[in-house]
Design a protein. Structure first.
Lengths: 296, 185
């Protein structure tokens, strides 16, 4: 556990800054509370989405991702992200380019046209791993002023946070623990539920290919969490957030059912437990409304 | 153009290494991929069938299957395959080949339009700027959408890799060619 201050390049991506800025404000505030600074990455683009652009043309996906990595390298900082898509895309690109000199050379030929170069000197981190491993559960616990003792949280990892596990390195994708640890530090309980490890349904262009079908996966997941007695769902992915929160409004239009099951990004939930207001972490801007027991 | 298997090795191999994609040959049709597939329980996607079709060189049948696009790339099959087939990357590579041959829906092509226009698949607009201000952030993040010179770098990549031509992007109108005729190729 390092007490010295650390600064990360915050790779915002698309959905965090452009749809759910509460995720950005909550993450910045929490990190700052522990002496961890974030710097803006000027000119960063879409990561680009690994299952989407990776599905259409990997030869375009890779240099766009490499350009984003190069921006952080120029800042001489490691990256922190708040979306599994960004995490997957940037970490996979970094992994592939480091392991393949020919691919790196070809990619740098494209980046060189506008004076940039991928060197392989940054590290891609997920914000909740920074909370868990760098700041640590002990220090986090000291800052919990509004314990979530009577709250049952359905943890949802999303796919690209854990998989492929050979690249992510967070242990078995069948028995994850990072979100459970973080939630339990706030006093919350994390009951098992049927579709805990199931995808939100959005990735890989699936949401774009057939929105109503993709919402059906989401419906099954949310219902299984509700059946297990959960009060809300907490996750580490801005793209899942879009599907799980906005998707509930879309589901109402498609099926006439509005579940209003509260969806929170992990730092929004932890922010509440650290005494931040609903407004500060943007939870008043969502489709799903927060119950009193989260806001007391 | 070789067999579909050879094309998968060529196309995906450049990115992941040939041996990564050659794991497809190890498929024993056990069906574990299909059993754990969140899409398969809701759609007609049968991952096992897709792997077999790829090995049987059923190029046109695969490229014309809507199910090819119902994989969310969740990697559950990739993690669980007892023979180590890198299933998700095989599927992504098949999709790359299909897209190159023009099998790409208009909504999927539009995602590329947003990135070429703004640098972002999900760009910001005036309403979202107000949301940012309400949580104490600058109204516009300092991303490629805000900085024209940075956006031009992203656009240069899409030109260099001919992604613009692949989706029929028109730099004059900054959208797909023939959108006035429904955007069909």
């Amino acid at each position: 556990m390092s007490e010295e201050s650390k600064t990360y390049a915050y790779f915002l991506g698309c959905i965090t800054p452009n749809r759910y800025p509460g995720i950005e404000s909550a993450t910045k505030k929490i990190l700052k509370e522990f002496g961890v600074e974030t710097e803006e990455m000027i000119g960063a683009s879409c990561c680009p989405a690994p299952g989407v652009f990776g599905s259409f043309d990997m030869h375009t996906w890779l240099p766009v991702a490499a350009r984003n990595l190069a921006i952080a390298e120029e800042m001489d900082l490691d990256i922190v992200v708040t979306c599994n898509g960004c995490y997957g895309s940037l970490q996979e690109a970094d992994h592939l380019l480091r392991g393949n000199p020919k691919l790196k050379e070809e990619t740098n030929k494209i980046l060189g046209e506008f004076g940039r170069e991928f060197k392989g000197t940054t590290k891609v981190n997920h914000s909740i791993v920074v909370l868990h491993d760098v700041i640590g559960l002990d220090r986090l616990k000291e800052k919990i002023t509004k314990p979530m003792n009577d709250v049952n949280v359905a943890v949802h990892y999303g796919c690209h946070f854990l998989k492929p596990s050979e690249v992510r390195g967070h242990g078995s994708s069948e028995t994850p623990y990072i979100l459970e640890d973080l939630m339990q530090v706030t006093g919350a309980k994390t009951p098992e539920y049927k579709d805990k490890l199931m995808c939100c349904g959005a990735g890989g262009g699936n949401r774009t290919a057939d929105a109503v079908q993709s919402l059906e996966w989401m419906r099954q997941k949310l219902v299984s969490a509700i059946e297990a007695g959960c009060d809300c769902m907490v996750h580490p992915c801005a793209f899942c957030h879009l599907q799980l929160d906005r998707g509930q409004e879309e589901m109402e239009k498609a099926y006439g059912i509005f579940l209003n099951f509260p969806i929170l990004f992990a730092t929004q939930f932890i922010g509440l437990a650290m005494g931040m207001s609903e407004k500060e972490v943007g939870l008043d801007q969502q489709v799903t409304k927060m119950p009193d027991k989260l806001l007391k | 153009m070789g067999t579909l298997y050879e094309d998968i090795i060529d196309c995906g191999g450049e990115i992941f290494g040939e041996e990564h994609l050659a794991t497809l040959r190890e498929c024993v049709q056990c069906g574990k991929c299909t059993g754990g597939c969140p899409s398969g329980r809701n759609t007609a996607l049968r991952t096992r069938k897709l792997m077999q079709m790829a090995l049987l060189d059923m190029r046109e049948e695969i490229f014309n299957s809507p199910e090819l696009w119902f994989c969310s790339t969740c990697y559950t099959c990739y993690e669980r395959c007892p023979k180590g087939v890198k299933v998700t990357d095989v599927i992504r590579t098949i999709r790359n080949l299909a897209a190159k041959e023009g099998h790409m829906s208009v909504p999927h092509r539009m995602i590329g339009v947003y990135v070429m226009k703004t640098g972002h698949a999900v760009p910001i607009g005036p309403d979202q700027m107000k949301l940012r201000e309400a949580v104490g952030l600058d109204s516009q993040p300092p991303t490629a959408q805000k900085h024209k010179d940075q956006l031009e770098q992203v656009q240069a990549i899409f030109k260099a890799t001919h992604y613009d031509a692949m989706i029929d992007f028109d730099w004059g109108t900054m959208t797909l060619k023939g959108m006035d005729k429904g955007g069909k190729k």
